[in-house]
Design a protein around this ligand. Structure first.
Ligand code: FAD
Ligand code: SF4
Length: 515
């Protein structure tokens, strides 16, 4: 228990708000006000969070509390111990509010709709006014996004991204036109490693060895959350601003130059490739999006990284990251209940263990449980694709993604999972479902070479489940997707299947579903 006995204002800082420039901190009087942070079982169990995800959040929070103290803030930090009683965040905050008797409670907009409503309810019950500050970390506010989106025929990311480039003056020439002449170099960013693979000179991302503070968290997680999925014994994530900046520097220098070329490629036993691994540091707010964008832009100006890599990387942060946050706050809370394709299958158990003989899923789930990380195409076109084709309930898919990744916070996870990956919003985010056969995975990786299944086969003992389920997905959703122009080629191919072939595919798919 902290020795701080009273606070005029109490600034509540959540685990994904570790921003030293946060507006709630700037407004505090360091002598009279206090900062409140807490580790709560409820937040680790709200979805069955993986050990690595819990460890990253708690380790970053403890380090942030140390930074705040060193800068003179009065900090009330409620840390979990292996044997402390189970308590929810509201219980801990409620007790501290009764003790500290603040006149007001201050928070930055939380990253989750549930948490925002929870804070409003709690403060009403406690009879303490709540002040919610806009989150200055982001480059587009929730209100500005809503204004941009409402009344538009199409709310596709590409239009939003161009506007953000113009608004913030990113990668523009002196006439305000996109550098290089095009807004988007995605067509150059779909390379695979061919048969040779990524080679021996693949750059190794920096590993951040756990210090004493992080080691205490790892011990806590391994005892208190021992039954949670995955492991945290290979912990190497940056959990301080200093380490996050070092991770950014290493990425810009070593991996950005080839980030674009191999953005979509996958390779066995190479979980990171040319990706930045910066999502957790960004979502914890140890890094600011604009400093990351400017660092990439400078690499282009200095001639150390080509335009396709720099534009592709900036699009992810200035475009996708801001866009999905806008969609989340625009469409919540109803967005979470979307199920446009009426999917009702269970999530396969191997998503929680990695135990499957399907090589691509074993690799993607395996590295997820080991590192809390898989890159975008593994999430979208391996684990996400399989759940989509199988017809898993979108809510269950969402809970898995929120539980297992070190960068998972609802504002970013929900639109990516429900919208982009599962088409549960009926096409608000994606112009068509991301449905593909195993041949896509074969083209973009070497997984199929070590798999007992054959990506070209939809039926038979060695049929690839992706390929079987792809055709079955089209058969099940044919009527629903018929009006979608972008599906017309896929549906025309479906029409070519004979009656017998359709029947065999349906039977094979039913066996895969255990029906
Ligand atoms: P890089 O490939 O190096 O990309 C650079 C940065 O761009 C990332 O760090 C991230 O901040 C941003 N970014 C890239 N793609 C997206 C995107 N689609 N949406 C938002 N930001 C993006 N990202 C999360 O941060 N948290 C999540 O919980 C999350 N869940 C996802 C669930 C599904 C089903 C899918 C398909 C994607 C999800 N993503 C999520 C987006 C993306 O997969 C991750 O941001 C990325 O893989 C993180 O790895 P990286 O830092 O190496 O990214
Ligand atoms: Fe995955 Fe199918 Fe390839 Fe096996 S054959 S690795 S299941 S895509």
């Amino acid at each position: 228990m902290s020795f701080i006995r009273n606070a005029r204002r109490l600034a509540v800082v959540f685990g994904d708000q570790l921003d030293i420039d946060s507006p709630v901190l700037a407004a505090l009087d360091k002598r009279r006000d206090a900062v409140f942070m807490a580790e709560a079982d409820g937040e680790a169990k709200h979805v069955w969070s993986s050990k690595m995800r819990i460890a990253v959040f708690f380790a970053a929070m403890r380090h942030f509390a140390e930074t705040l103290r060193s800068e003179g803030y009065r900090v009330v930090y409620d840390a979990l111990e292996a044997d402390s009683p189970k308590r929810s965040f509201s219980d801990v905050l409620g007790e501290n509010v009764e003790r500290l008797e603040p006149e007001t409670i201050h928070v930055v907009e939380p990253g989750e709709w549930r948490v925002r409503r929870g804070m409003e309810k709690l403060c009403k019950e406690l009879d303490v006014p709540l002040r919610i500050e806009a989150d200055t970390h982001f480059l587009c506010s929730a209100d500005d996004f809503r204004k941009w989106a409402e009344g538009r025929k199409s709310v596709r990311m590409e239009y939003f991204y161009r506007e953000m480039r113009r608004r913030h003056g990113i990668l523009l020439d002196d006439n305000g036109k996109p550098v290089g002449g095009d807004w988007n170099y995605d067509k150059d960013n779909r390379g695979s490693f061919g048969k040779e693979g990524p080679g021996d000179d693949l750059p190794v991302p920096p590993r951040f060895r756990p210090d004493k503070t992080t080691r205490a968290v790892l011990d806590l997680v391994n005892t208190r959350f021992a039954d949670h999925p995955g492991a945290c014994n290979e912990f190497a994530w940056p959990v301080t601003r200093k380490d996050a900046l070092a991770a950014l520097d290493a990425f810009i220098r070593d991996r950005l130059p080839l980030f674009g070329d191999f953005q979509d490629a996958m390779w066995s036993d190479e979980p990171f490739l040319y990706h930045s691994l910066l999502s957790a540091a960004l979502n914890l707010k140890l890094l600011r999006p604009m400093e990351v964008i400017r660092a990439a832009e400078k690499a282009y100006a200095d001639g150390t990284a080509p335009l396709n890599a720099v534009e592709g990387f900036i699009r992810q942060i200035l475009g996708w990251r801001e866009y999905v946050r806008g969609v989340y706050w625009w469409k919540m809370p109803g967005y979470l209940d979307g199920n446009a394709l009426d999917a009702d299958a269970d999530l396969p158990d191997f998503y929680w263990t990695g135990e499957t003989d399907l090589a691509c899923l074993r690799a993607a789930v395996g590295q997820t449980l080991r590192h809390g990380y898989a890159h975008h195409i593994q999430r979208l076109m391996v684990t996400g694709l399989y759940a989509l084709l199988l017809g898993v309930r979108p809510r269950d898919v969402h809970e898995w993604y929120l539980a297992v990744y070190v960068d998972a916070v609802e504002w970013v996870e929900v639109p990516n999972t429900l919208g982009m990956s599962q088409y549960a919003d009926g096409g608000l985010m994606a112009s068509k479902p991301y449905a593909a056969t195993g041949k896509y995975i074969q083209r973009m990786s070497n997984y199929c070479a070590s798999c007992p299944k054959n990506p070209t086969k939809a039926t038979g003992d060695d049929a690839c489940p992706f390929t079987t389920l792809y055709w079955d997905f089209l058969l099940r959703n044919e009527e629903r997707l018929r009006g979608n122009q972008r599906m017309s080629l896929q549906l025309r191919n479906l029409e070519r299947l004979s009656k017998d072939r359709r029947k065999t595919i349906r039977e094979t798919a039913a066996r895969l579903r255990g029906k």
